[in-house]
Design a binder for this molecule. Structure first.
Ligand code: SDX
Length: 447
């Protein structure tokens, strides 16, 4: 019965996609009709896939702020209302009831796993948690102070060298193992790179540990003593991973889709996603927020001076962790993380002056016309660093934590492309603004 209801709903959905509404475009006196696509949540788009063929024109949209690159069934965001859902389930429900591993399965395969499916997925994560032993030599090659995002991206690709069956047409069975292997190993690579940066012995994963607990074990245990796993700490980090798991066509996810569209393997897609995420305007913002708060603390500013500087464009300063291309309201993830900050610090009997500064900055910004007019609110990165500091994650690892969390989202988006029989290579056009045709000038004639 449920399957029939789902099929009927799917049919309605597809009908909505094919609604025969059109948009009219007039160019040089000629009117062209372009199909309108309506998504299951009422989002509307003008399908321009035949525009160049019919009109000779292309569109131009710097930063793709107005351009939909694909039809996707994974994540829905309503930026005006501050809504985020993974496969239709609100992020608030998942944050309250689920775990990162269960959400990873949901995002990749489309449904919450039953007991049998969850056990199989967890077992695959355990079976694939170790790196090939020869990977140790790669770690030796990095300088001790190499940024862990550089190590992460290169080691994901290095790991792929040990699995020769990566190529070939999409095979669900092979995909299932590869997906689990990358999600599991990204955690191991991250922990190993942290240990190497401090000259500490590598701590291997323990098969009896669950995903997030194992990461903390590999990061902070010693050969002579186990890291004491506090449930609140494990749960707080698991929540950070869960909240970062996907976010529709953000910069790094769009990057992984580009790579998947050329039919490169899943490891190559994941390694590219890490590189895109590294930027301070994207995943690097969580590190930049803490650096900003530390600087404010050190100057003795209560935050008001910094806010004044941010509003003066000449300063070039931004309120890191604020603003978003899609959210023009409070990022729902930021709300959840902010609550968890207070809870965790209370449980750990700790205070963090940076949290107090962050809260003061938030209050000031939310009541300041500069931010209100530009609809700038806290995003996922504004408070996440406070939790990571409380857990003892070093600043340089903050974006690595984001990458571990986002891995299921990247993999799910790549799967959407790999599964689609009619997917095409991503190849945007451009408008050329360079020199018009001119002759080659021999060097002796050049001034
Ligand atoms: C993530 O896409 C995703 O989904 C990303 C992400 C995910 O889960 O994958 O949510 C994760 O990347 C969150 C964003 C993390 N980055 C930051 O916190 C860096 C600080 N934020 C800004 O750099 C900025 O808000 C962006 C990059 C997030 C969004 O940039 P946009 O959409 O290109 O916005 P914009 O630069 O056009 O800004 C519009 C106006 C400008 O002022 P005016 O020219 O209109 O006068 O708002 C101003 C901007 O100067 N502005 C800010 C600001 N962000 C925008 N002013 C001060 N501080 C800021 N943070």
């Amino acid at each position: 019965m449920r399957l029939m209801m789902w099929q009927a709903a799917e049919q309605t959905r597809n009908q909505r996609l094919r609604m025969n509404k059109t948009a009219k475009l007039e160019i040089d006196g000629k009117v062209y009709e372009l199909p309108i696509v309506i998504g299951t949540e009422g989002e509307r788009a003008i399908d321009i896939s035949t525009l160049r063929r019919d009109t000779g024109y292309i569109t131009l949209d710097d930063g793709y702020a107005n351009t939909g690159s694909c039809l996707s069934r994974i994540t829905f965001i309503d930026g005006e209302k501050g809504i985020l859902r993974y496969r239709g389930i609100p992020i608030e429900d998942l944050a309250h009831n689920s775990t990162f591993v269960e959400v990873a399965y949901l995002i990749i395969y489309g449904e919450l796993p039953n007991q049998k499916q969850l056990k199989r997925f967890s077992d695959l994560l355990t079976q694939n948690e170790n790196l090939h032993e020869d990977m140790k030599f790669h770690f030796e090659g990095f300088p001790y102070n190499a940024h862990p995002m550089a190590i992460l991206s290169s080691m994901i690709n290095a790991s792929s060298c040990f699995y020769l069956d990566l190529r070939g047409p999409y095979d669900p069975k092979r995909f299932e193992v590869e997906a689990a292997r990358i999600i599991s190993q990204v955690r191991t690579i991250a922990a190993f790179s942290y240990r190497k940066s401090l000259g500490l012995p590598i701590i291997y994963p323990k098969p009896t540990n669950k995903y997030t607990a194992n990461f903390l074990h590999m990061m902070f245990s010693e050969p002579y003593q186990e890291y004491p796993l506090q449930p609140e700490v494990v749960r707080a980090l698991d929540l950070i991973f869960l909240l970062h798991a996907d976010h529709e066509q953000n910069c790094s996810t769009a990057t992984t889709r580009f790579i998947a569209s050329s039919q490169a393997n899943l490891f190559a897609c994941a390694a590219a996603g890490v590189c895109a995420l590294w930027g301070p305007l994207h995943g690097g913002a969580n590190q930049a927020v803490i650096e900003m708060l530390q600087q404010i603390l050190e100057t003795g500013d209560d935050g008001s001076k910094f806010i004044t500087e941010v509003k003066d464009k000449k300063s070039g300063k931004k309120l890191m962790g604020f603003g978003h291309r899609v959210y023009k309201h409070y990022d729902p993830r930021a709300k959840i993380i902010k609550q968890r900050c207070d809870q965790l610090l209370k449980v750990l009997h700790r205070e963090d002056p940076l949290l107090d500064i962050a809260k003061r900055l938030e209050q000031a910004a939310l009541n300041d016309s500069y931010f209100i007019e530009r609809k700038l609110y806290p995003n996922v990165d504004f408070y996440s660093g406070i939790i990571m500091r409380a857990i003892g994650i070093p600043l340089e690892m903050f974006t690595v934590i984001f990458a571990i969390g986002r891995m299921p989202g990247w993999i799910a988006n790549c799967r959407e492309i790999m599964e689609s029989s009619d997917s095409r290579i991503y190849r945007p056009r451009q408008i050329y603004m360079g020199q018009t045709e001119r002759p080659y000038v021999p060097i002796e004639e050049r001034t």
